[in-house]
Ligand binder design. Structure first.
Ligand code: NZQ
Ligand code: ZN
Length: 391
């Protein structure tokens, strides 16, 4: 186990009806005027919007609304939100939605207290020095943004999707009511399951040895998500399954499953190149295609860990004569699971050809200025080879 820092300051309010306390929670923190930020309208359809307004009004919290966050959130709207916060002198930003809304809120909160353009933070030219507090009411179990230190934005000018980490990205509080995810459709539920699994898998496949406790936490989380995912896909209103997914989503990306080890996040970096260019691709769907390709490309460089994954997570019998066979069976089991929840596992299923592989690899290597650290360094050639396996 290597040295690590672990800091998860976000206060969680978990369970049924918790969102109805939003006005009281904000009032208890002493905030009086907020930016209410949300997406394309799901919260109006489900009635959540009315419930939030009722609680804010009852507690005399003044609010300014900014809706319209798109999946793969854009920096343009963040600029607008930051401007509103400056002009209206708001105390905090309240995100009501999924990862896109929360990420948009996080960067608004940073840009609201800065003279820099928000993209300067996303492109890592600037480091945040302060931020307005962000609170979230989560409506989709997936990104883990409700507890994470990262925020991911797309710059519509150039089709770049970039994330950055900062403690200023950690929400002050997040309200997690699994019932709010009953209305999430099968496709987005599937995307969420893949994203949650991937946040843990990206930390699990590490070069660091002797991290048994963190490994076992990760394996337990994965087994729970696999089971709960199947149930939630078939019965969207199963409270326990939705609750398991919601809590697993937060724990997968608050770094609990990364404690004591270095990790690469390769699949995320490759995926951001796909959904950065192809805006209609949901993050989880992109990951569902990338993971099997990446794993098949890389597993020979750490057969032992891939065997451990196959045996402990998928209950596959270890073949001591042929460990590579065991490792590969674990990868195929994951791919089959993704298929079973109707996730795509090849780019052709999304009608994406090899036309932009070169451009995606260029962008991913920062135009030849870096290789991705992994079990072997991944340069442009290797990245294109992985994209080829996604076809
Ligand atoms: O916009 P609305 O109308 O709310 O609809 C959304 C959206 O169309 C809908 N939805 C959300 N909650 C719903 C609902 N529909 C019905 N009922 C509900 N209760 O779902 C669609 C997708 O929402 P989105 O927020 O885009 O999904 P997700 O939570 O998966 O977030 C994806 C974004 O998060 C980033 C991704 O790259 C992507 O941009 N990520 C952020 C991370 C972070 N900050 O830590 C880590 C992740 O790895 C990820 O990169
Ligand atoms: Zn993710």
């Amino acid at each position: 186990m290597i040295n690590f820092e672990f800091h998860t300051p976000t206060k969680i309010f978990f369970g049924k009806d918790t969102h109805k306390q939003i006005g009281e929670i904000i009032s208890n923190y002493g905030f009086k005027k907020i930016l209410l930020h949300y997406g394309g309208g799901s919260i109006k359809k489900t009635g959540l919007y009315d419930q939030v307004l009722e609680s804010l009004n009852r507690n005399k919290i003044e609010f300014i609304e900014l809706g319209g966050v798109e999946p793969n959130p854009k920096v343009g709207l963040v600029r607008k939100g930051a401007q509103i916060c400056k002009e209206e002198k708001v105390d905090m930003v309240l995100a009501v939605g999924g990862g896109s809304v929360i990420d948009s809120s996080k960067v608004i909160a940073i840009a609201a207290l800065s003279d820099h353009d928000p993209w300067e933070f996303s492109s890592k030219k600037e480091t945040p020095a302060k931020a307005l507090p962000v609170g979230a009411i989560l409506t989709l179990s997936a990104s883990g943004s409700e507890m994470s230190s990262s925020a991911v934005l797309t710059n519509e000018d150039g089709e770049f999707k970039r994330g950055f980490n900062s403690d200023f990205n950690r929400p002050l509080f997040s309200i997690l009511n699994p019932e709010l995810t009953y209305s999430v459709d099968k496709f987005q539920t599937g995307c969420g399951i893949v994203d949650i699994m991937m946040h843990t898998l990206e930390r699990y496949f590490t070069k660091t040895r002797d991290v048994d406790l963190t490994d076992q936490i990760a394996e337990g989380l994965l087994r729970s998500v696999i089971r709960a995912g199947e149930i939630a896909i078939n019965n969207p209103e199963d409270y326990e399954a939705r609750a398991t997914l919601m809590w697993a989503g937060s724990l997968s990306h608050n770094d609990l499953t990364g404690a004591g080890r270095d990790y690469f996040m390769t699949c995320h970096q490759l995926e951001h190149e796909i959904s950065g260019i192809y805006d209609s691709v949901a993050h989880g769907a992109g990951l569902s295609i990338i993971f099997p390709a990446w794993a098949k490309y890389i597993y020979k460089h750490n057969v032992e860990k891939f065997c451990q994954y196959a045996v402990r997570v998928w209950n596959i019998q270890m073949n001591f004569e042929n460990p590579e066979e065991t490792a590969l069976k674990g990868i195929i089991a994951t791919e089959n699971y993704f298929k079973s929840i109707d996730m795509p596992v090849r780019l052709s299923e999304l009608n994406i050809t090899d036309e932009k592989f070169e451009e995606m690899a260029e962008k991913c290597t920062f135009f030849g200025n870096r290789t991705l650290p992994d079990y072997i360094p991944l340069g442009k050639k290797e990245i294109i080879e992985i994209f080829e396996l996604c076809r």
